[in-house]
Design a binder for this molecule. Sequence first.
Ligand code: MD3
Ligand code: FE
Length: 216
Amino acid sequence: MADLFDQLNDDNRQRQIIAEGAVCLPGFALNEAHELLDALTPIVEQAPYRYLQTPGGHTMSVAMTNCGHLGWVSDRKGYRYQALDPRSGQAWPAMPEVFLNLAQRAASEAGYRRFQPQACLINQYRPGSKMSLHQDKDENNRAAPIVSVSLGMSATFLFGGLRREDSCQKLILQHGDVVVWGGASRFCFHGVQTVKDREHSLLGRQRINITFRQIY
Ligand code: MD3
Ligand code: FE
């Protein structure tokens, strides 16, 4: 009965304003989850998930890949968006229509018209993966929001303020949840707590977070 209970709970979760400019759309991607995952398969075949190095020489615990015209990469030289996958020397896989369509509908639902993401970063979390508190500042277009789609195991997301020291609110991001981060929230610190080892019925011991980014 746990599944039925969760389902009912999910349906009861409402669209919520997390902070100024940040809108959570619980379950917005649920109906398309299978399609999204199907579209992901050839992407990760062409551009497999990899653990990137930080400029400081650490290896991230989240594995990443990209699709779209630009992809986010990190190495000893820094963070940046680039058109070529450094692993293959080839362009990133194209952004599937089902990805772009979902991102644009979510942005529009949150009040952001004409969202044109050129980059789509795909994060793969395994039990034990985490993402330390950071700001997303590598995108030149500062007016456009970031749209994030969570699939698989749930995770505790931390959402803070404009200073690293600011207190954080905790948010559980579940399978199918979409959050649009724009306006005053766009440059807030955020992170993901260490993911617990829990099996998800569709994705197993895996959480996938897809973020859509308009760079220019
Ligand atoms: C709030 N990813 O890839 S998505 C990232 O769950 C990243 O993988 C997390 O932070 C993840 O950079 C969080 C939600 C998110 C994405 C971008 C934001 C929240 C944000 C930008 C500004 C404020
Ligand atoms: Fe981020």
